[in-house]
Write a protein that binds this ligand. Structure first.
Ligand code: 6R9
Length: 583
């Protein structure tokens, strides 16, 4: 099978879903053809993200250039050059081979932001496996869902995180091996029976490894993302996505050879891999990784200490910096910063206005999704920022706003944000869920699930989501996931979950619950339900607020009417309630 956007022969058939080949219909032109040539590729036309990000630099002029500057939670520091990363990832690839990992197998990572996570992920890519990083703040339930659905064979984790999920491990029939990274031997508890020590395995491993002959269409990375209904879906990306991750690093993040780049996202979310690993390293750029979480003072200190030049962060973080006041940034020299970008939620004009005097530049908003794999709409470095706008589509990206019949709408009209399929970093499937994947494509468009409009000058403006998915601090939360956990609490019979507007986090998760007959609604019970949800989920996605209701509004077919709960919460008109349950 031939593809019209590959410059070197692929060794195997395209693994693209058939409907997409139809959608492409041969009419797309691919401005990335030139870009593909900027990558090195492997002999025979093979493509592997790990080679593009690490090996090609390690065997070339960037051999001794720092790739990773790491600062730990306790202020520990480590530096890895591209050469050192090559050696470590080669070793870990051998470790995985030794454990029987094969091409296409899933290997998952439940780790803090330590160098070993980066090494392990690229090691897995070298073997040709599919890497699935998980957010370390997750509780056992989200981890279980993801490991079960993906059928991961190997999990790489750390002692305290392993303890957190110990209860779910016996429920994972496909999970064969657990590799535990005990950094600095910090943890004194002995390895659980059957677990393997990362350090011991690495000590034995050879640093001679031949990267798997992965094709451009072989799967490389997967991230689970939430929808309105059902469990989260595993959006799968192929090695070819690197083309777009690489070029958006240049075009949008404006990477230059001497940059020190800092992406504040965790690899458990797509920004933390596409822009916390793939974009900077495919460009041979040095990046800072900070293990710790948000802390205003520390963040300014890090920018000064590492002389960060390019910074990619999120609106909630910027609003938290705003809240921390103007004194802190004044105490630090932030003059190294040349270019700042943001993603994940709408970047409000106030945040840009606040940032302008503090950073002496505008913060540039960018738009994309787990499914898009890379930035598709952006305020480019050279473009005048229109505060509140997501910017313009990238070269080669056709974005549109559609009506209910999936027909394009004119400028200044709200509708569904859609993208013409076929861009290099487009997701290739939802794991085990082709039906859901296909449902995202309509009338020749990929339907993003966002509502937007564009103005006469072609700038796109975010309006909202078309579904009930909650965006809290840039993390997408599916109401269904939270509701199903709440229903597991012995006192709860009904649960409805909405996003409640919040000045810092954009939205916070708010739950309404009805309790079983005979159960008393007390403060103590409320605290218990809170605690229950936090232990099972993660503080980041568990409800911030829970309220008792005698019963929840439902449609005749028994669906909880989240829309109505939200309207009531906000004091808005309740709209059409004709499908509401009577009585
Ligand atoms: C990269 C990432 C995607 C959803 C997306 C939209 C929201 C992202 C945005 C934005 C307004 C922006 N979103 N960027 N909303 N302005 N610049 O965040 O992926 O976790 O899949 O979230 O986030 O709703 O559809 P993901």
């Amino acid at each position: 099978m031939e593809s019209n956007f590959i410059s070197k022969p692929a060794s195997t058939e395209l693994k693209v879903e058939p409907n997409l080949l139809e959608l492409r219909g041969g009419r797309m032109s691919y401005p990335w053809e030139g870009v593909q040539k900027e990558l090195d590729w492997l002999p025979g036309g093979y493509l592997n993200k790990a080679y593009e990000c690490i090996d090609r630099h390690a065997i070339g002029s960037r051999r001794d250039k720092p790739a990773l500057l790491w600062e730990g939670k306790k202020g520990e520091t480590e530096t890895y050059t591209f050469f050192q990363l090559k050696r470590e990832t080669d070793k870990f690839a051998n470790v995985l081979l030794g454990l029987g990992l094969k091409r296409g197998d899933r290997v998952f990572f439940f780790m803090e932001r330590v160098p070993e996570q980066y090494i392990a992920i690229f090691g897995a890519l070298k073997v040709g496996a599919v890497a699935g990083p998980l957010f370390s703040a997750f509780g056992p339930e989200p981890v279980k869902d993801r490991l079960l659905d993906s059928g991961a064979r190997i999990l790489i984790t750390q002692p305290s995180l392993r303890r957190k999920i110990a209860g779910i491990l016996p429920e994972l029939p496909n999970l064969e091996k657990i590799v535990v990274v005990n950094k600095y031997g910090r943890d004194s508890t002995p390895l659980a029976e059957g677990d393997l020590s990362y350090e011991a395995l690495m000590e034995q491993a050879s640093d001679d490894f031949q990267i798997a002959q992965t094709t451009m269409n072989d799967y490389s990375i997967m991230h689970y993302t939430s929808g309105t209904t059902g469990k989260p879906k595993g959006a799968v990306h192929r090695h070819f996505a690197i083309v777009q991750q690489y070029i958006t690093g240049k075009w949008v993040l404006d990477f230059h050879e001497d940059d020190i780049y800092w992406c504040t996202a965790d690899p458990g979310w797509v920004t933390g891999t596409s822009y916390g690993m793939l974009a900077p390293w495919s460009n041979g750029v040095t990046q800072l990784v900070h293990e710790g979480g948000f802390h205003a003072r520390t963040w300014y200190e890090l920018i000064e200490k590492y002389k960060v030049t390019v910074w990619y962060t999120a609106p909630t973080a910027i609003r938290m910096l705003m809240k921390a006041g103007e004194e802190l940034p004044r105490e630090r020299d932030l003059s190294s910063l040349r270019h700042i970008n943001s993603v994940g939620e709408p970047l409000n004009p106030e945040a840009i206005a606040w940032g302008h005097p503090v950073f002496e530049q505008a913060i540039h908003d960018t738009w994309w999704q787990t499914e898009t794999g890379a930035i598709l709409i952006a305020n480019y470095a050279f473009m005048d920022v229109r505060p509140g706008s997501m910017g313009k589509p990238l070269p080669g990206i056709e974005a549109a706003v559609l009506d209910q019949k999936y027909q394009p709408l004119p400028a200044d009209t709200d509708g569904m944000l859609a993208i013409r399929p076929g861009w290099p970093s487009m997701f290739q499937t939802y794991w085990n869920n082709t039906e859901m994947y296909n449902s995202r494509f309509r009338n020749g468009w990929y339907i993003t699930g966002d509502q937007a409009r564009y103005d006469q000058d072609g700038y796109f403006w975010f309006v909202g989501r078309t579904d009930d998915v909650i965006n809290t601090a840039g993390h997408l939360v599916g109401p269904f996931e939270v509701e199903s956990i709440l229903l597991e609490h012995p006192a709860v019979v009904e649960a409805g979950v909405i996003g409640k507007p919040d000045p810092i986090a954009m939205e916070v998760v708010k739950a309404f619950v009805a309790v079983k007959d005979g159960v008393e609604e007390s403060e103590e019970l409320l605290r218990d339900v809170h605690r229950f949800a936090r232990t099972k989920l993660a503080a980041a996605v568990a409800p911030r607020e829970i309220e008792f209701l005698p019963s929840l509004p439902k449609t005749r077919s028994g669906k909880i009417m989240r829309r109505l709960l939200k309207a009531r919460e906000l004091g808005l008109p309740e709209g059409d309630t004709s499908t509401l349950e009577e009585g």
